[in-house]
Design a protein around this ligand. Structure first.
Ligand code: ADP
Ligand code: MG
Ligand code: MG
Ligand code: MG
Length: 392
C-alpha cells in the first residue's frame, strides 16, 4: 500500500501549494496566516499584498482535542465538507462560498475568502443584528433541504447521496455530546458549581431523558435530507446585506428539523442575553426564519416536487408540522448541551458578571427542557419564543 501523502500544511507550504494551483497571477506577493479557531482543523488565509485578493485553505487534522485528550478523527470529513459545499453551492449559490479546489489526500478545501464578513456569533455578541440573516438562512435551509430530499430527487439518487454522506464519526460526536452526555452525570459535562442543583434536577428528569432519547433516535435513523449538521451562528458569516454558510463537515442525511432547530437555539442564546428591542429583534429572526423557510419550501414543493409525494392533499402540511416539532426538540437539546455539555457558546460563557451569567444559563436550561418535553402538537412558532419570553 502506498504511503499516504498527507501532512499538515505550514504557512510556507500553504503558499507553495497556492502558487502551484495558479489561483493568483505570477506577480502576486503572497502572505499566509493560520486563522483557525477550533481544535479540529487548520484554516490558512492567503492574501496577495498587491491586489489584496485572498483565498482560504481549510485542512482537516487527524486528531481532535476532546476532553483534553487527542481523539483520532477521520480525515474523510474534509471530502464530506468539500462535497457538501459544492452541492449546497449548486442549490443555493448566494449563501455558500465557492470551492476552487479540493484534495482528498491532503484533506484540504480551497475556497472563497469571506474575510470581508463577520462570523455571526461574534457580531451578535458585539451588538450587531444582521437584518437579513433570517430571510437568508430560511431560504438557504429550504433550498438545500428540499432539493436533497425524496420530495425533490429520484429515489436511487437520494440513496446514493445518503451513502456518500454517511459520515459516521462526526455523527457519533453529535450523538454523544448533544443527545446523551448532557442528560446524565458523566465526565464530559462542564458547568459552574452554581448550576449544580439545576443540573441534578435535569439528570433526575426521566421524562426529559426519554424525550431526548427519542430525538436521538430520530437523528440517527431518519434520512430526510442532506443536513448541514452544524448550523450554529459560528458557521455563518454575515454583514448587513450578505450571508454565507461555511463548515458543513458534519453533513449527513438526517431529520430536517435538526438544522432548523440548531439555528433557532443559537438565536435564542442571543435573545436570552439581550434586553428590550434588541431581544425582540432575535425573536423576530426566529419568526422570519420559519416564515421564509415554510414559504420557500411550499413554493418548491408545488413547482418542483416529485409527483409521487407532492400530489397528496394535506401531505405538505403534515411534513411542515413534523419539521416544526422536531426543530423545537432539537433546539431544546442544543440549548442544554451548549450550557452544561462539553462544547459551550461564547454568547453565555462570555457574560462576565457571574450572577447574570448563571441567570442566563438557567434560562437556557429552562427553555431547553420545555422545548424537549412539550414540543408535540405545537403548531405555532410562538411556542419557542415564549420559552424565553415568558417561560411557564
Ligand atoms: P472549524 O470546522 O474548525 O470550526 P471553520 O470552517 O468554522 O472551521 O473555520 C474556522 C474559522 O476560520 C472561522 O470561524 C473563520 O474565522 C475562518 N474561516 C473559515 N472559512 C473561511 C472563509 N471562507 N473565509 C474567511 N475566513 C474563514
Ligand atoms: Mg470554529
Ligand atoms: Mg466551525
Ligand atoms: Mg467545523
Amino acid at each position: 500500500q502506498p504511503q499516504s501523502a498527507y501532512e499538515p500544511l505550514s504557512e510556507g507550504s500553504a503558499i507553495l501549494l497556492t502558487k502551484k494551483l495558479g489561483l493568483f497571477n505570477e506577480t502576486a506577493s503572497l502572505e499566509c496566516r493560520e486563522i483557525g479557531d477550533g481544535n479540529l482543523n487548520y484554516v490558512f488565509h492567503i492574501t496577495d499584498s498587491n491586489s489584496r485578493k485572498g483565498i482560504i485553505i481549510k485542512q482537516a487534522l487527524p486528531f481532535a482535542k476532546v476532553i483534553g485528550e487527542a481523539w483520532p478523527l477521520t480525515l474523510k470529513r474534509a471530502v464530506i465538507e468539500a462535497n457538501a459545499l459544492k452541492l449546497f453551492g449548486k442549490l443555493c449559490p448566494e449563501y455558500v462560498p465557492e470551492v476552487y479546489y479540493a484534495d482528498e489526500e491532503l484533506a484540504i478545501t480551497v475556497m472563497e475568502d469571506l474575510s470581508h464578513l463577520t462570523i455571526t456569533r461574534t457580531g451578535f455578541i458585539e451588538g450587531e443584528s444582521y437584518p437579513l440573516l433570517s430571510r437568508h438562512i430560511g431560504e438557504y435551509m429550504a433550498k438545500t433541504l428540499f432539493h436533497t430530499s425524496d420530495f425533490a430527487i429520484e429515489h436511487g439518487r437520494k440513496k446514493e447521496l445518503a451513502v456518500q454522506f454517511s459520515n459516521p464519526e462526526l455523527c457519533k460526536i453529535t450523538e454523544s455530546f448533544v443527545f446523551t452526555d448532557p442528560f446524565f452525570d458523566v465526565e464530559s459535562n462542564d458547568f459552574e458549581e452554581e448550576l449544580k442543583a439545576e443540573v441534578v434536577l435535569l439528570w433526575n428528569d426521566s421524562e426529559l431523558q426519554l424525550e431526548a432519547a427519542k430525538l436521538k433516535k430520530s437523528f440517527i435513523t431518519e434520512q430526510e435530507a442532506l443536513l448541514h449538521g452544524d448550523l450554529h451562528t459560528g458557521s455563518i458569516f454575515a454583514c448587513e446585506t450578505e450571508t454565507k454558510v461555511i463548515d458543513p463537515e458534519f453533513a449527513f442525511y438526517g431529520p430536517i428539523g435538526f438544522d432548523v432547530g440548531q439555528f433557532f437555539a443559537n438565536l435564542l442564546f442571543q435573545a436570552i442575553t439581550r434586553k428590550g428591542k434588541d431581544r425582540e429583534l432575535m425573536f423576530k429572526h426566529v419568526e422570519v426564519t420559519w416564515d421564509v423557510f415554510t414559504e420557500t419550501f411550499r413554493t418548491l414543493w408545488e413547482n418542483e416536487g416529485m409527483e409521487a409525494f407532492c400530489k397528496t392533499k394535506g401531505y405538505l402540511d403534515y411534513i411542515l408540522q413534523k419539521i416544526l416539532e422536531d426543530a423545537f426538540g432539537f433546539a431544546g437539546c442544543e440549548l442544554i448541551r451548549r450550557t452544561i455539555g462539553l462544547s459551550h457558546v461564547k454568547d453565555l460563557d462570555g457574560i462576565e458578571n457571574t450572577a447574570e451569567r448563571i441567570a442566563a444559563k438557567k434560562a437556557a436550561l429552562q427553555a431547553g427542557k420545555i422545548l424537549i418535553k412539550q414540543r408535540k402538537n405545537k403548531t405555532d412558532i410562538s411556542f419557542i419564543i415564549n420559552t424565553v419570553k415568558k417561560p411557564a
